[in-house]
Design a protein around this ligand. Structure first.
Ligand code: FAD
Ligand code: NAP
Ligand code: SF4
Length: 671
C-alpha cells in the first residue's frame, strides 16, 4: 500500500549511473568545515547526519580547482591526491549511511576575496575589493585542465560525481555573461564564444572522470542583473551542456551581486520553480529546481506539477537533518523548518565563522554537541516559553529530566508571537508549530496562563529562568502621551497607529515595525513580490529584469537613530540590505544622529546633527531595545533554589533568537 502523501518526492530517480532513492538534493552550501586541517572529519559527521536522515543526493560546499579559484585565502580546494585523501572522511561516512554525494567545483573568479583572483576580463565586482586579473588564453586552458583534475581527484576521493558551479556570478558565469566578459579572443565576443569555456570544462571533466560519474551543472536560469543572459541564451547553453555530457542540470537564480532577494524569508515559497519548468521541454536530462522550498508539501507540489525532476534544499537540511525520514513516516509536523533567516548560516559564513542554524544549533557542531541521557534525572522548572525556554525544556525532556514549563501568557513562543505578524516573517509560525509539537513528543508539562513565583517553584531541583526581556522605555517631555506607543502594542494592533509615524530605534524591531506599518495588508504573492523587485515573470528580458513597481505605502514612516552613520547598519549581513531596500521602496525615511527633545501637538521635536527639527507625525513608536527581565531572580535565590538564566533574561543586549536557542540548548545539554 502506498499511502505516502509525497509519492513524487519519495520516488527514485536515475541520474547517469546512479539510482537515487528519492528526489531530494541537499544543495551546495559552504559551512566553514571545508577548511579543517587534516581529514575532513567534522564535515563528514555533518554530512553523515544528513545521509542518515534520508537525503537522496548531497552536494558539498564549493571546493576550488586551484588557488586562483579560492573564495578566500586558503579556502578548501581539491587538486591533488593528498587533498583527495582528506575527503575520504566525508565520502566514507556518507556511503556507510547509504547516501550519495557530489563534490562541488567552485571557481570564484572575480568574487574571490584575495589578490590572486582572476576573471574573464579585469572588471572588479561590486562585492569584492580585489580587481581580478584577466586570464590569458593559456590561463583559460590551464583552468579547464584544473577543473578536470579536480573532478578526477573527486573520483579518487570516493565522490559519486561533481557539481560544476556555473551560476551565481562565479567564474564560469563571468565568462558566459557579456556583463563581465569583454574579451576579444576565442573565449569572448559572441554568445557562442563566451559559452566555449563552460562547454570545454564539461567535456574535459567527462573525459577525465569517465562515464560512471555524475556531472551536475548549476546553470543560471535567471541572472537578475543588467546585461545578463536572455532566455534564448539560457536554453541554448542548456542544450549544449547536455550534448557536452552533463548528467543533470541544477537551477541557479541571480548573481550574488543582484539586488533582488532570492532566498531570504520574505521571498515567497518555491518562488522560482516556474523558471525550471520553462526549461524542461528543451532538455532531456533531469532538472533540479531550488530556492525557498522548505516543506514536503511544497516540494511534492513542485514535482507533481512537473516543474522539475528533483528538488534542491540546502538550509532546510541544516535546520533538520531528518527532514526526509520525518516526511516519509508521517511525522512532517515534527520538522524543524528552515525560516530563511540566514542568521546562523550565510551570515556566519560571510563573517568567517562556522555556519550553524538558528533553529538547530547542533548543525555543523555534530561532533561536539551530543545529546546524552541525563545521569541523574532532575525535576526542572523552566520559566518562560519564548525560544530560550522552549529549546531548553524540550532538550531537557529529551535527556530524561522531568520538566515543567511555566508561561504567563496563553500561548508558547514569547516574542516569536510578535515576529510572526511582520509581513515577510510568516515562517516564524513554523518554528512555533515545531516547538508546540516537540513539547508533546518529549512530554514536557506545560502550564500556560501561569505566572511563576518563588512559591510556585518550590520543590524543583533546578529552575531555568527564561523570562525574556522588558522593552526599553524612553523618557523625554511628552513621552508619556497617548500617541507614544511601545512596539509590542503596535504589532498586536497596528490599527491604533496614525498615518504619519516616527519610529524611535533602527534595530531589527524598528525595521520590522516600519515594514508592518507601510504594508497595506494582504498576503504577498509571487506576482506582488516580482513587481516590487522588478523580476520579469516571463524570464524573456535580458537578465530577467523589468522596471520595479512600488506599491503605495499605507503610512508615511521615518526611522530614527541616535548613532551617526548608516541607519540599520547592524542588521544581518546577508539580509540587512533587503530590509533597508524594502522599506525605502515604501518611501520610509531614515534619520541618523538624532537627539529626541519632546513630543507635543506639533509632533516629535528632535535635533538632527544638532539642528532643531519638528517631525510632523501623529504617532511615535518606541523600538529602543530591551533590558533583561529578571524580576523573579532575587526571590528564587532567597528561597534557596538553584537558578540558571538563559536567553533575554540572561543578556538582552544584542539578543536574538539564534543566541537564545543556542545558549538554552547548551545549558540543557550540560544539566
Ligand atoms: P522571550 O521571547 O521574550 O520570551 C520570554 C517569555 O517568558 C514570554 O513568553 C513571557 O510571557 C514569559 N514570562 C516572563 N515572565 C514570566 C513568569 N514570571 N512566569 C511565566 N512566564 C513568564 N530574533 C531573531 O533572531 N530573528 C528575527 O528575525 C527576529 N525578529 C523579531 C521580530 C520582532 C517583532 C520581535 C519582537 C523580536 C524578534 N526577534 C528576532 C527577537 C527574538 O524574538 C528574541 O530574541 C527571542 O524571542 C528571545 O527569546 P527569550 O526566550 O529569551 O525571551
Ligand atoms: P537593537 O537592535 O538593540 O536596536 C535598538 C535601537 O534602539 C537601536 O537603533 C538604538 O540605536 C536605539 N536605542 C537604544 N537605546 C535607546 C534609547 N535609550 N533611546 C532611544 N533609542 C535607543 O534592538 P531591537 O531592534 O529591539 O531588536 C532586539 C533584538 O532582536 C536584536 O538584537 C535583533 O538582532 C533581534 N531582531 C532581529 C531581527 C532580524 O531580522 N534579524 C529582527 C528583529 C529583531 P541608537 O542608540 O543609535 O538610537
Ligand atoms: Fe534556515 Fe535560518 Fe537555519 Fe539558515 S539559520 S538554515 S536560514 S533557519
Amino acid at each position: 500500500m502506498n499511502a505516502t502523501p509525497y509519492p513524487h518526492l519519495l520516488s527514485p530517480l536515475q541520474v547517469g549511473h546512479l539510482t537515487l532513492k528519492n528526489r531530494t538534493l541537499m544543495g551546495s552550501m559552504h559551512v566553514g568545515l571545508e577548511e579543517q586541517v587534516g581529514p575532513l572529519t567534522n564535515l563528514g559527521a555533518y554530512f553523515r547526519r544528513r545521509a542518515e536522515g534520508g537525503v537522496g543526493l548531497i552536494v558539498t560546499g564549493g571546493f576550488a580547482p586551484n588557488a586562483e579559484g579560492w573564495v578566500k585565502p586558503l579556502a578548501g580546494r581539491l587538486s591533488n591526491r593528498w587533498e583527495a585523501y582528506k575527503h575520504r572522511a566525508v565520502t566514507d561516512p556518507v556511503h556507510e549511511a547509504d547516501g550519495r554525494i557530489l563534490l562541488q567545483i567552485l571557481h570564484a573568479g572575480r568574487y574571490g576575496y584575495h589578490p590572486l583572483c582572476v576573471s574573464a576580463s579585469d572588471i572588479k565586482s561590486p562585492i569584492s575589493m580585489f580587481r581580478p586579473r584577466a586570464l590569458s588564453d593559456a590561463g583559460v586552458e590551464r583552468t579547464i585542465r584544473d577543473f578536470a583534475t579536480c573532478a578526477q581527484m573527486a573520483k579518487v576521493a570516493g565522490y559519486d560525481g561533481v557539481e560544476i558551479m556555473g551560476s551565481e556570478g562565479y567564474l564560469i558565469h563571468q565568462f558566459v555573461a557579456a556583463r563581465t566578459n569583454h574579451r576579444t579572443d576565442r573565449w569572448g565576443g559572441t554568445f557562442e564564444q563566451r559559452i566555449r569555456f563552460p562547454l570545454a570544462i564539461v567535456r574535459a571533466v567527462r573525459e577525465a572522470a569517465g562515464s560512471d560519474f555524475v556531472i551536475l551543472y548549476r546553470l543560471s536560469l535567471l541572472d537578475l542583473v543588467e546585461n545578463g543572459s536572455t532566455w534564448d541564451e539560457v536554453v541554448h547553453l542548456a542544450k549544449e551542456l547536455e550534448k557536452a555530457g552533463v548528467s543533470m542540470i541544477n537551477t541557479g537564480i541571480g548573481w550574488h551581486e543582484a539586488r533582488v532577494p532570492t532566498i531570504a524569508t520574505s521571498v515567497p515559497r518555491a518562488a522560482f520553480t516556474w523558471v525550471t519548468a520553462k526549461l524542461r521541454p528543451h532538455v532531456s536530462v533531469p532538472l533540479v529546481t531550488s530556492n525557498r522550498i522548505n516543506e514536503p508539501v511544497t516540494a511534492e507540489r513542485v514535482l507533481a506539477e512537473g516543474h522539475a525532476d528533483m528538488v534542491s534544499m540546502a538550509r532546510p537540511f541544516l535546520a533538520d537533518p531528518d527532514w526526509v525520514n520525518k516526511s516519509a513516516t508521517g511525522r512532517e509536523d515534527e520538522i524543524d523548518t528552515c525560516i530563511g533567516c540566514n542568521q546562523a548560516c550565510l551570515d556566519h559564513v560571510f563573517e568567517n565563522k562556522h555556519a550553524s542554524c538558528l533553529v538547530n544549533p547542533y548543525a555543523c557542531h555534530e561532533a561536539e554537541m551530543v545529546l546524552t541521557p541525563a545521569a541523574t534525572p532532575k525535576k526542572v522548572a523552566v520559566v518562560g516559553a519564548g525560544p530560550a525556554g522552549l529549546a531548553a525544556s524540550t532538550t531537557l525532556a529529551e535527556r530524561g529530566h522531568h520538566v515543567t514549563l511555566f508561561e504567563a501568557s496563553d500561548e508558547v513562543g514569547g516574542q516569536f508571537n510578535l515576529a510572526k505578524r511582520i509581513p515577510g516573517k510568516e515562517e516564524f509560525h513554523e518554528t512555533l508549530r515545531y516547538f508546540r509539537r516537540k513539547l508533546e513528543v518529549t512530554g514536557v508539562d506545560v502550564k500556560l496562563n501561569t505566572r511563576a513565583t518563588a512559591d510556585t517553584l518550590a520543590g524543583f531541583d533546578h529552575v531555568l529562568l527564561a523570562t525574556g526581556v522588558h522593552a526599553r522605555r524612553v523618557r523625554f517631555p511628552g513621552s508619556e502621551r497617548a500617541n507614544v506607543l511601545m512596539y509590542a502594542d503596535v504589532i498586536r494592533d497596528p490599527s491604533q497607529v496614525g498615518k504619519r509615524v516616527a519610529v524611535i530605534g533602527a534595530g531589527g524591531i524598528g525595521f520590522d515595525v516600519a515594514e508592518l506599518l507601510v504594508h497595506s495588508g494582504g498576503q504577498e504573492t509571487f506576482e506582488s513580490f516580482a513587481k516590487t523587485w522588478g523580476i520579469d515573470t516571463t524570464a524573456e528580458s535580458r537578465g530577467g529584469l523589468v522596471e520595479p513597481v512600488d506599491a503605495p505605502p499605507a503610512r508615511d514612516v521615518v526611522i530614527c537613530q541616535r548613532t551617526r552613520g548608516r541607519v540599520g547598519a547592524r542588521l544581518g549581513k546577508t539580509t540587512g540590505w533587503i530590509h533597508r531596500a524594502s522599506v525605502q521602496k515604501a518611501g520610509v525615511g531614515f534619520l541618523d544622529d538624532v537627539a529626541y527633545d519632546r513630543v507635543d501637538d506639533a509632533g516629535l521635536h528632535v535635533r538632527v546633527s544638532g539642528q532643531p527639527r519638528v517631525l510632523d507625525v501623529d504617532t511615535i513608536v518606541v523600538c529602543a531595545g530591551q533590558e533583561p527581565n529578571r524580576d523573579l531572580e532575587e526571590s528564587l535565590k532567597a528561597a534557596g533554589l538553584a537558578v540558571t538564566r538563559i536567553g533575554g533574561a540572561d543578556e538582552a543586549s544584542e539578543l536574538d533568537a539564534k543566541r537564545a536557542i543556542n545558549q538554552a540548548t547548551r545549558v540543557a545539554l550540560a544539566l
